[in-house]
Unconditional design. Sequence first.
Length: 309
Amino acid sequence: MGKLPSMTWLRGIFANKRRKVEAAKPTFAEPFALDELRPLLRRRNEHIARAMCATTYLGEYYGILRVLCRVLGRYKMYVDPNDHGLSPHLMLDGYWEMSTTEAIAQLVEPGMIVGDVGANLGYFTMLMADLVGPEGKVFAFEPNPQMAFRAERSARLNGFSERVAVCQTVLYGENGRTVSFLMPSDEPKNAYARPYDGEELTGAVLLDACRLDSRPEWLDFDMLKIDAEGSEQSIWQGMSGLLARDRLRIIVMEVRLSRYDGDTAFLRDIMAHGFSMERIDDTAGIVATSLQVLQADWANEDVMLVFRR
């Protein structure tokens, strides 16, 4: 019978195997740089964001459940454990809508004044606050008080308090217009506002809306991101004073043509103010498009558009 291997020899074998396993594991000491957020590096960036994602339950604070997670490998964000739409992606993947994330990273520049209309938890708000730097400013518009609460505290936690203003305001085409604001508790990113016609919607609250050009501090936007679940046309109608300043250069807006009166008339009006129109493609990033293509292929679908002048 042969001699049994010594314990020292066995320990060496197992230690060597352990080192090989550890070496094979992906390790990321730092997140990717923001200028690396582009389609060609998407799979790598998504992999890093997932690897660096972490989630911690912090309990209840004045009736609001708090979960803290790390997104894009760099931002600490408060999310909603009751949310079945956006929060699970942030808690498990560490990012949301990577094609739009890449577009925002491409379009926002240091020193810009940016508006995030329909900010929700503030995912894009945090990214834009980082991109504009200490000389820039981000106004995050979010009527849902629980989402606004989380966005404001996420900004504070990431050191962005001086450059982020959270506005718990519903924007519409008329100052003082009463709107019904419906906030689905299980998917708050789908909250929407509709003109109040005397009939109360179940689960909705009545709010007084205001125009985007109704306050002096809102007139100097260089860029707007608008995702308002059907209110985009009315928000545009409340921007004439802002457009008259001729400073606004970029609008990133989610649209669905079938929602709007006059179909493409809304988009034609935007382009009549000197804006070109592009589309954020899920694969290729920002690509050329036209009203004809939108009508033919996207009339009943949500599509993220980029307007530039």
